[in-house]
Design a protein around this ligand. Structure first.
Ligand SMILES: [Zn+2]
Length: 137
């Protein structure tokens, strides 16, 4: 008789764990259009002397053409890194280390917004720009 409540608790824990896995897989699929773009840029970086590493649920790329790409983004050459889905592109391994906490916020935004992240980010940046505020502050 005592086993029945324990069994139901076990089932409940297993269902919660399964739902977390399903949500994680859905988040990867939802963010995948941007992740694929990041992977393409990362592979170009690898072919031009760059490096890659896995950190948590992201792949980080740095160096090679990725360094050039990040340095030539609109915010300017001081840009440390940029997030595309579950990929983070940085100028160097040190810039990735410095920017990781900030970029993980963007990873969670990509998981929440999926394909809508690009337009949402642009609209938010434009809104701040028209309000006379710097979107990168
Ligand atoms: Zn940012």
């Amino acid at each position: 008789m005592l086993l029945v409540p324990v069994f139901y608790d076990w089932i409940k824990i297993e269902i919660i764990a399964l739902m977390q896995i399903v949500l994680r897989v859905l988040a990867f699929i939802w963010a995948s259009p941007y992740s694929l773009l990041g992977l393409l840029l990362g592979v170009i970086g690898l072919c031009t002397g760059g490096r890659a590493r896995i950190r948590g649920r992201t792949i980080e790329f740095h160096g090679g053409a990725v360094k050039w790409f990040v340095a030539h983004l609109p915010p300017g050459s001081l840009t440390l890194a940029i997030t595309l889905g579950h990929t983070i592109l940085g100028q160097s391994d040190a810039s990735l280390d410095n920017a990781r906490d900030h970029e993980m916020v963007h990873v969670r935004q990509f998981e929440r917004w999926g394909p809508l992240m690009g337009p949402a980010y642009l609209l938010a940046s434009l809104g701040l720009w028209f309000a006379g505020r710097n979107p990168y502050r």
